[in-house]
Design a protein around this ligand. Structure first.
Ligand SMILES: Cc1cc2nc3c(=O)[nH]c(=O)nc-3n(C[C@H](O)[C@H](O)[C@H](O)COP(=O)(O)OP(=O)(O)OC[C@H]3O[C@@H](n4cnc5c(N)ncnc54)[C@H](O)[C@@H]3O)c2cc1C
Length: 389
């Protein structure tokens, strides 16, 4: 069993680490200041400028196929990159990315939706959640009814990330109520100009999801993504991607937070000694370091299984569940180690505290991951010994 990174993995990781340190982290102060004035932390033109800098160094499209100008890197490499980006709270991501399910587009749709999204000229959003259907996504009620060469969509979506500034939405709607999610849900590519409206939802984090309203929105039949009736499979594929990338990003946040906690513990003196000399503080640091390391391996195993073409859903659910819980425990301890300063808005600890809370909710709550993991074990789809057993 060889757990060392390849030379390529080490080199790419080093490049990303340097880029994040030199180009992204210096923006942290500005981003915090702006967010505290309720302004957008990193403006689209600034994000684009950073992405262009990376692109000019050949860094573009982490998982995007080479045929579309991307680097087509594997899941392990992508997880390592995501961890590096997670070391800053600046909402940065490399350019050249498009949603995994857009690759199911036909040639014409690829020209209109996939390629412009990769190039950063168009912005997508993913719409499955509704006021009455979150975890139980099969209960969606948004309805699409065929009318000649069009479909007419009516319904409401909620909590849609980027929903207020996206150019188009991948909307999941019921096309055959008799069949339900198994054959009766279809994914449509719906441009904003076709008539849907959005309104932002204020959250405790800096992420601004939106609710979307579809009121007799007319969409050409040609805008079905994939096959009619097979939308639910696409939705599950889209959500599945986040199950190792979300915890991968949390690893980076936890590493950085722990560095901050140790720095503070070494310098903060109480009762004549640095608090780093106190066992209560040492144990918080030790427990956090062990848990971050355990999370790293859960994420890398899940990503490695993806690269091997194995069914990694069980491993990914484990990584998503453990990552959400542990990242929240780590940030809580880091805040505790900082005392009152941790609770202020002078330090970014409280920002991470709010942001990391989301990782236990979106793209499958903790409870849904537990449901999947226990079902896999109880039904014999997975074994407690894992894939080595
Ligand atoms: C910031 C943000 C961004 C988001 N982005 C998107 C997006 O881009 N696109 C999109 O479609 N959706 C998005 N979502 C929606 C997100 O995926 C849902 O919020 C999530 O799936 C949970 O659904 P819900 O909020 O309806 O909670 P519910 O499903 O109502 O669950 C409420 C609680 O009950 C628990 N629960 C539910 N069922 C069970 C059960 N059977 N057993 C035990 N416990 C249960 C849940 O785990 C949770 O704790 C986003 C949400 C947020 C907050």
């Amino acid at each position: 069993m060889d757990l060392t990174l390849t030379t390529e993995e080490q080199e790419v990781r080093k490049w990303v680490r340097t880029f994040v340190d030199k180009e992204v982290r210096p923006l942290e102060h500005t981003v915090l200041e702006r967010e505290r004035r309720h302004e957008i932390g990193l403006r689209p033109d600034e994000l684009k400028e950073l992405q262009n800098k990376a692109k000019s160094a050949g860094f573009f499209g982490v998982q995007t196929p080479e045929k579309y100008g991307g680097m087509e890197l594997g899941a392990v490499m992508s997880a390592l990159i995501e961890t590096e980006i997670g070391r800053t709270f600046v909402p940065f991501r490399f350019g050249g990315h498009a949603d995994n399910i857009l690759y199911y587009a036909n040639d014409q749709q690829k020209d209109t939706y996939l390629v412009p999204t990769i190039n950063g000229d168009r912005k997508s959003c993913f719409g499955i959640t509704e006021p009455g259907a979150g975890s139980d996504a099969k209960q969606i009620r948004t309805r699409a009814v065929r009318d000649g060469d069009d479909w007419v969509i009516n319904g409401e979506k909620t909590f849609i990330s980027s929903g207020h500034d996206a150019d188009f939405c991948m909307v999941f709607a019921v096309t055959d109520p008799g069949k339900g999610a198994d054959g009766g849900v279809t994914c449509f590519l719906v441009d904003r100009e076709m008539g849907w409206t959005s309104s932002p939802i204020d959250t405790m984090g800096e992420w601004g999801p939106a609710s979307l309203t579809f009121d007799n929105v007319r969409v050409p039949h040609a805008n079905i993504l994939g096959e009619e009736g097979h939308g639910f499979d696409l939705a599950m594929q889209w959500i599945g991607r986040g199950r190792y990338m979300i915890p991968a990003r949390s690893i980076g946040a936890c590493e950085r937070l722990l560095d901050m906690a140790m720095e503070h513990a070494r310098t903060r003196v109480t009762f004549g000694k640095p608090i780093a000399d106190r066992q209560a503080i040492q144990w918080m640091i030790a427990d956090s370091a062990v848990e971050v390391e355990a999370l790293r391996w859960l994420v890398l195993v899940a990503a490695w299984q993806v690269d091997q073409g194995m069914d990694s859903r069980h491993a990914q659910s484990m990584a998503k569940l453990f990552g959400g819980i542990k990242a929240n425990e780590v940030v809580d301890r880091v805040m505790q180690i900082h005392g009152g300063m941790g609770y202020t808005r002078e330090l970014p600890v409280e920002r991470w505290y709010r942001e990391l809370r989301l990782t236990r909710i979106y793209e499958g709550t903790d409870e849904m991951q537990r449901r999947t993991i226990s079902r896999n074990l109880l039904k014999g789809y997975a074994r407690v010994q894992g894939h080595l057993g």
